[in-house]
Design a protein around this ligand. Structure first.
Ligand code: FPP
Length: 228
């Protein structure tokens, strides 16, 4: 059956939190939690695509995550590399364009070249855009934009064009899993009027029913952007 949402929603962003606790609860190494978290991306993204949500952002690695132990960072980078190797066919077949926001300079060249190649797929005619926030910091996003300004009377629209999210609409809905009620430096400018949804579920356990609960809740919210 064709899935149609009653209200327009063009961008859903997800802060995928709780992989480490998921693993700890099962007496497993944190790396197992991240692997399980990665496996959970496909069904959730598929469900969002089925609901015809055009822009999907996943917060996979924050700038602050660089403070984690070397082995954990290395593992996350290797998961990223595997994901990229497996993703090209899927994005192509499903008419998805993949892009990244964040500072990718710390990644090996073989990974950044792969990202650049993947970014070319369906660049201009994608029905869905999947955006991975990697080594991303909302404050850095704003600071870098400020450093690019050469206009004394900059408008909000022009400023938004200097951000890493240029051409991506602000998220309508930001979902955070893992029972933490904060944004953790994610899309600070772009979230000004996003609806926020916090789930107690740890990311590897967050399933399509939980996603549909979040979307249902969004549908019930009245968005008046400060007006009446
Ligand atoms: C937060 O859980 C999750 C992360 C920092 C990494 C998210 C990564 C994935 C879902 C898999 C890799 C994804 C890609 C695209 C390669 P946490 O470790 O902070 O969990 P905790 O709060 O329970 O410790």
């Amino acid at each position: 059956m064709d899935k149609v949402l009653p209200k327009n929603i063009s961008h859903v962003a997800i802060i995928m939190d709780g992989n480490g606790r998921w693993a700890k609860n099962k007496n497993l190494d944190r790396s197992k939690g991240h692997k399980k978290g990665l496996d959970n991306i496909i069904p959730i993204v598929q469900e969002l695509i089925d609901w015809k949500i055009k822009h999907i952002t996943l917060f996979a690695f924050s700038t602050e995550n660089n403070n984690r132990p070397y082995d954990e960072k290395k593992h996350l980078i290797s998961l990223l590399e595997n994901a990229l190797n497996n993703i090209a066919k899927k994005t192509d077949e499903n008419n998805i364009n993949l892009s990244f926001i964040g500072n990718l300079k710390h990644l090996p060249k073989k990974i950044t070249s792969k990202i650049e190649k993947l970014n070319e797929i369906n660049k201009n005619d994608a029905s869905n855009k999947l955006i991975i926030a990697w080594n991303y910091s909302g404050r850095t996003d704003i600071l870098e934009a400020i450093n690019k300004i050469n206009d004394k009377n900059i408008t909000e629209e022009k400023f938004a064009d200097l951000l890493m999210t240029k051409n991506i609409p602000d998220p309508d809905l930001i979902i955070r899993t893992g029972n933490q009620i904060r944004l953790s430096n994610f899309m600070l400018w772009q979230s000004a009027y996003s609806e926020l949804y916090f789930s107690t579920k740890l990311w590897p356990d967050f399933n399509t029913k939980d996603l549909n609960d979040a979307l249902n809740q969004f549908m019930k919210r009245k968005r008046n952007y400060g007006a009446v």
